[in-house]
Design a protein around this ligand. Structure first.
Ligand code: C2O
Ligand code: CU
Ligand code: CU
Length: 554
């Protein structure tokens, strides 16, 4: 237990490049990886002037025509060169239509769209592929992609099944029904065993779903509605993306090379694909769709005490607006928020991050984000003159919300989030001690279930289910020490309700160490196999991903 833990912490520290002297790490890396070009030296992020570049706004994807499945889009995954900061040499990235982040797909509820996803990437991967993982250890081609609409309620055939990945030259055409509430969805790569690398290389974009209910709220639109994807990266001095070839232990052990790292924490923050950008705003209301698109990093966002009025979570509108001065987002989570800049004319507001610079535990003793780097996200400058009066609303209530009742559940499943060890002695994270191919959850179509996850690891895991939007019922602490000795969950506190901004539809939820988190959901419309997994991408790729099978009722 102790040594595994050490492994995790050291690996995380290496990824962060912050907890250990950079020179020491670089020398270890150089010694261990003499044949990997471009890895040394790394870029010191403090050499980049912050708030030099304007925040890029992802373009809206335009259809190329009509198909029987609605508007028809073609998206090519391309390798491209992009300027991620004015003082940084251009970076080779992978992007949908060659753009990092990808273009935003704007859709309407119940109006299906068809997308042809084409893999036009090179045959060699941009980043170090570990060939010992499920999905990579059978001689699979290094470059494989499959697109997943995160938060989408879709048939299995278009969900982006991780084993249905296609190689360069390949493509897949998916019809998306969009039969769900207006919501902040996102699409990203999901190829088995290399999701962390494909997403890190740039394969992610927004998918905004709108409906009449949302329209009726008169929220800020067009120039005043801005998607924000926050991601951490690290760079080599030549501007190329840095991703570790392995944890530092590979120096002293027989780990494969490259080897997956337990987590990755970059020392540089990008928003919409720019390093520490700024946004000029008018003194009025704005709507921001905030997505944590990072591999492992959590963010606790603040705007110097300015209120975020959160109106939505992953799957749509909250039961009621929630005013917050800090928003905690795990990888994969989204917050739909309004900010009113009217009282801040002429001011510059800094969005900061106070979450951990390593694995997030939520226990209050995590290493805090570095104030000079990962503690900063972007600037908002209230310097634009107001264009006409702000007629958007600042909702104090939201449309009626349908809570799922515990009594309607026909099944309660108990699962653990736990640590294991792979054949190389590496720490891996598991769900219920089982692997990707060991299916044991068979929800019946048309029924409601409660799933209880007991997190017996030391870190918080953001657990994501495909197909469904769920609701968090509660969280309850148990005695972790006692569990380690006896394997029994003994509760030591009351059931705690979810945070106010977690009481809507969720598809990704933080599950804290030493707590049982209970979620409730209905399995509707589609049968088949769907993944559920930790959205820390290094965990997802190293066995913390399983699948459930929705089966037809009798
Ligand atoms: Cu955002 Cu299964 O993923
Ligand atoms: Cu998903
Ligand atoms: Cu995890």
């Amino acid at each position: 237990m102790v040594s595994r833990r050490r492994f995790l912490k050291l690996g995380a520290a290496v990824g962060a490049g912050l907890l250990m002297p950079r020179a020491w790490y670089a020398s270890q890396l150089a010694a261990a990886t003499p044949h990997v070009p471009g890895l040394f030296p790394m870029l010191d992020p403090t050499t980049l002037t912050k708030y030099l570049d304007p925040l890029p706004l992802p373009g809206v994807l335009q259809p190329v025509g009509k198909a029987k499945g609605g508007s028809y889009y073609i998206v090519q995954m391309n390798q491209a060169i992009q300027q991620l900061h004015a003082q940084l040499a251009p970076t080779t990235v992978w992007g949908y239509n060659g753009l990092y982040p990808g273009p935003t797909l704007e859709a309407r509820t119940n109006q299906p769209v068809t997308v042809k996803w084409i893999n036009n990437l090179p045959a060699a991967h941009l980043l170090p592929v570990d060939t010992t993982l499920g999905g990579t250890n059978m001689g699979e081609p290094a470059v494989r992609t499959v697109v997943h609409l995160h938060g989408g309620h879709v048939p299995q055939a278009v969900d982006g099944y991780p084993e249905d990945a296609f190689v360069p030259g390949g493509s897949a055409t998916y019809i998306y029904p969009n039969a769900q509430h207006a919501s902040t969805l996102w699409y990203h790569d999901h190829a088995l065993g290399i999701t962390r690398l494909n997403v890190y290389a740039g394969l992610a974009g927004f998918w905004l779903l709108r409906d009449a209910v949302e329209d009726s709220l008169n929220l800020p639109r067009r120039a005043y509605e801005i998607p924000i994807v926050i991601q951490d990266r690290a760079f080599n001095a030549d501007g190329s993306l840095f991703y570790p070839t392995g944890p530092d232990e590979h120096v002293e052990s027989a780990l494969p090379m490259p080897s997956i790292v337990p987590e990755f924490f970059g020392d540089t923050i990008l928003v919409n694909g720019k390093v520490w950008p700024f946004l000029e705003v008018e003194p009025r209301r704005y709507r921001f769709r905030i997505l944590n698109g990072s591999n492992s990093r959590f963010y606790n966002l603040a705007l110097g005490g300015v209120t975020f009025r959160q109106i939505g979570s992953e799957g749509g509108l909250l039961p009621a607006p929630v005013d917050l001065t800090e928003i905690l987002l795990a990888p994969g989570e989204r917050a739909d928020v309004l900010v009113d800049f009217a009282a801040y004319t002429g001011q510059t507001l800094l969005m900061t991050n106070s979450a951990s610079d390593g694995p997030f535990t939520g226990l209050g003793n995590d290493p805090p984000a570095e104030p000079a780097t990962t503690g900063q996200i972007m600037q908002f400058r209230v310097t634009r003159p107001l264009q006409g009066s702000d007629t958007s609303s600042w909702p104090t209530t939201l449309p009626p919300f349908q809570y799922l009742s515990e009594a309607s559940a026909v099944q309660e499943r108990f699962l653990t989030l736990n640590e294991g060890e792979d054949d190389y002695g590496r720490l891996m994270l598991l769900i219920d001690n089982k692997g990707w191919h060991e299916v044991s959850e068979y929800p019946v179509l048309g029924t409601t279930e409660i799933w209880s996850f007991a997190n017996v690891t030391p870190d918080t895991h953001p657990i994501h289910l495909h197909l469904v939007q769920f609701q968090i019922l509660d969280r309850q602490q148990f005695n972790l020490k006692h569990y380690e000795k006896t394997g029994k969950v003994v509760f030591i506190g009351p059931r705690m309700p979810p945070d106010a901004n977690e009481r809507g539809w969720k598809d990704t939820a933080r599950m804290n160490p030493g707590e049982v988190t209970r979620i409730i959901m209905r399995f509707e419309d589609y049968t088949g196999f769907y993944p559920y997994h930790c959205h820390i991408l290094e965990h997802e790729d190293h066995e913390m991903m399983r699948q459930f099978q929705v089966v037809a009722g009798m």
